[in-house]
Design a protein around this ligand. Structure first.
Ligand code: EPU
Length: 416
């Protein structure tokens, strides 16, 4: 298994190009399964998760050509509406094929995702919504079987604005008969982009960017092209490193997607310059401790909670970080304490007592964002850090060591 090594406490400076967003491209790839013909998706990050999605799409019958950051999908011979356990267990986002495949085939078989390192992560909203749209759902041998000749539009109120459930409903309802209204829908930028892509394919979705999405069902969608939006979580990860270590300019991004994060970084003492497609962060002289809570968009994202804790461990005093989206998403806390951080967990809140310095240590990645927080801590720590199980980071970050090395970090990978 590969390991990442870091000699920390080196100043960072320079520019970083931001990649396309993992959480935007995965549902877009699933949507491309809805149509015959060629779909061209550009700015696709080369991640373990995009390769897993390609593997799944090929099992389903799509032809995929992935060169550089451009993915061509041909959907002419799609004939196997099934997502096997072997892939769903490695990437929960495989569940995104549920909506597109029931829309195209009237039948789909998808492995039920199991638990995850940070809690049960159920899919009940997806299934309840499909049932409301008229699908017959059964569970057999660990698989969800959903069936409906044609779905019928209806009103769906989500108990929580789930990103995945909103995405699946949008795709399923695009070709349903009649109107579907989703209230309490997710309004993350990645969902906005999925709506725009579906509309380019011929769907009729309005209310984009709000919590009330209206989908007027159409008979059929057609293949279309799209460029993936910038990865706001990758941006936030580099901003967290910049907050502690220097002056970094991040390019090809959308600062509007990061308002809540930028607000907190400024309050913490960082200097930030913004243009319409770049951000430059200069580290704070002394990090001011702040209490934050994660919320759905446009609130502070749960996908940056771990990286934010890596900043706060070096703050000048006490702070609190509460995750309201995933109560158990704190596997990075004991690992960060191995660097000499002082964090105590109580339910879904991390209580952090800032320390003056942290010292490099051998640590273990536990999920994508937890791994990012360990890299940030390793970069800020004195001495050598060894990060194990880095396959987690490869799921969600494109060339992360190269990008950090380009701005002066002493970071390398050893193949194992
Ligand atoms: N939930 C349910 N039932 C459901 C669906 C969700 O109770 O049927 C709950 C979840 O347990 C959670 C909350 O609703 O407490 C929000 O979950 P959501 O469905 O929004 O999450 P997701 O769609 O499974 C996506 C991202 C995650 C990100 C979350 C929250 C993708 C592929 N994944 O997951 O990204 O944390 O939204 O913003 O888009 C990551 O990139 O590292 C990552 C985990």
């Amino acid at each position: 298994m590969d390991k990442i090594f870091i000699i920390g406490n080196k100043p960072l400076s320079g520019e970083v190009q931001i990649s396309g967003a993992k959480n935007a491209v995965l549902p877009i790839m699933a949507a491309a399964l809805m149509v015959k013909g060629n779909s061209k998706i550009t700015r696709v990050p080369r991640l373990k998760d995009t390769f897993t999605m390609i593997q799944l799409m090929e099992i389903i019958g799509a032809k995929c050509d992935f060169e550089g950051n451009t993915l061509l999908v041909n959907g002419d011979n799609i004939n196997n509406p099934e997502a096997p356990y072997e892939l769903v267990k490695t990437m929960r986002a495989s569940f995104y094929v549920l909506g597109p495949l029931i829309s195209r085939f009237g039948f789909v078989k998808v492995s039920l995702p199991g638990g995850c390192a940070w809690g049960p992560r159920p899919v009940d909203f997806h299934l309840k919504a499909l049932e409301k749209l008229g699908a017959k759902i059964t569970l057999k041998g660990g698989y969800i079987l959903a069936e409906a000749k044609r779905l019928i539009g209806c009103k769906i109120g989500l108990d929580f604005p789930s990103v995945g459930a909103t995405g699946n409903i949008l795709m399923a309802a695009s070709t349903a008969q009649g109107k579907t209204i989703i209230s309490n829908a997710a309004r993350e930028p990645e969902i906005g982009q999925l709506c725009r892509y579906l509309n380019k394919m011929g769907a009729n979705i309005s209310g984009i960017g709000t919590t009330n999405l209206v989908i007027d069902g159409v008979e059929k969608l057609n293949a279309s092209n799209i460029e993936v939006i910038p990865d706001r979580i990758e941006v936030g990860t580099f901003l967290a490193a910049g907050a502690l270590l220097g002056k970094i300019k991040l390019n090809q991004l959308n600062p509007k997607h990061l308002k809540s994060v930028l607000q907190q970084l400024k309050k913490a003492g960082c200097h930030i310059e913004e243009t319409n497609n770049s951000l430059t962060i200069t580290k704070a002289n002394s990090i001011k401790p702040l209490n934050i809570e994660t919320k759905v968009y446009p609130g502070f994202p749960t996908d940056l909670q771990a990286q934010w804790i890596s900043i706060m461990i070096l703050a000048n005093g006490r702070s609190k970080v509460t995750d309201n989206v995933y109560y158990d998403r704190f596997s990075h806390v004991p690992e960060l304490n191995r660097f000499g951080a002082n964090i105590k967990l109580k339910k879904n809140t991390a209580f952090i007592e800032g320390v003056k310095e942290i010292i490099g240590a051998p640590v273990m990645s536990t999920d994508i964002r937890a791994s990012a927080s360990l890299i940030i801590a390793g970069l800020a720590a004195r001495g050598k850090t060894e990060i194990n199980r880095v396959y987690h980071i490869d799921r969600g970050y494109e060339n992360i060591e190269d990008k950090f090395r380009q701005i002066g970090a002493d970071i390398w990978r050893e193949k194992g």
